[in-house]
Design a protein. Structure first.
Length: 249
């Protein structure tokens, strides 16, 4: 009999880095993450949440959105919204991505999320932004100067960024599910605009839609995710996500 497979414990976020920023003088911390960057269709979304030193314990089971199954993300999103002081999601469309490029559109979507937080009265200039990744696409796009700290795998280590990722992912997924009924045939309710066999077959059969990033379809399509090397998986390792749900229970 084979020994039981030892399950890998998946990374769980905490509030230590946010606390360091509060101690250093940031009254608030703005967690920021993007979703949809590696998709073939649909918008790119940037989620932002605002937290402070009194925000309390983050929702039980919170993880980077990529490590959660869809039902768990949908369960966590409203809990995250209640946990944080403010939240917003900014979008940049497929047409804008074709016109301006993905990096410019990440900044554009982030600036739109930031503007929504400003409109809600969030004290953003008293804070620091934690941006997931190793490249700051945000600072130049913001209408005011706010310190931005880029942090690799912040969506796995920082509770605020994980919350932003979950909120943004559920928001974008809902858009793609809705569009699946408006422009049917591409299986967006299941693939959410990412590369999949069914998605490529639909493009062959129907041609690209108004929701597709047409400049991206000129690439070697089976290698789109690898060429971009954007760090966002088109599909979720279901066993890993199930492990994440179990360890979070």
């Amino acid at each position: 009999m084979k020994p039981a497979r030892k399950r890998k414990r998946l990374p769980a976020p905490n509030y230590r880095f946010e606390t360091e920023l509060h101690t250093a003088g940031s009254a608030v911390v703005i967690g920021c993450d993007e979703v949809g960057r590696g998709a073939l269709a649909g918008p790119v979304a940037v989620g932002m949440v605002v937290v402070d030193a009194e925000v309390g314990r983050w929702p039980k089971g919170l993880r980077d959105s990529k490590l959660l199954l869809e039902p768990k993300r949908e369960e966590l999103a409203p809990l995250c919204m209640r946990w944080v002081r403010h939240h917003a999601v900014g979008l940049a469309s497929a047409e804008e991505i074709d016109r301006y490029g993905i990096m410019a559109c990440l900044g554009m979507a982030g600036a739109r999320a930031f503007a929504a937080l400003q409109a809600a009265g969030a004290p953003l200039t008293a804070g620091t932004i934690i941006l997931d990744g190793n490249y700051d696409y945000l600072s130049r796009a913001l209408p005011v100067r706010v310190p931005v700290v880029s942090r690799i795998k912040a969506d796995q280590s920082c509770a605020s960024v994980a919350a932003a990722s979950v909120i943004a992912k559920v928001h974008r997924d809902a858009i793609m599910i809705e569009q699946d009924a408006v422009i049917p045939g591409y299986a967006w309710a299941s693939n959410k605009g990412y590369a999949s066999e069914a998605h490529f077959e639909a493009i062959d059969r129907l041609g690209p839609s108004a929701l597709h990033r047409r400049t991206w379809l000129h690439r070697e399509r089976r290698e789109v995710q690898l060429e971009l090397d954007l760090g966002e998986d088109a599909t979720l390792d279901v066993s890993a996500a199930a492990d994440a749900d179990e360890t979070a229970a």
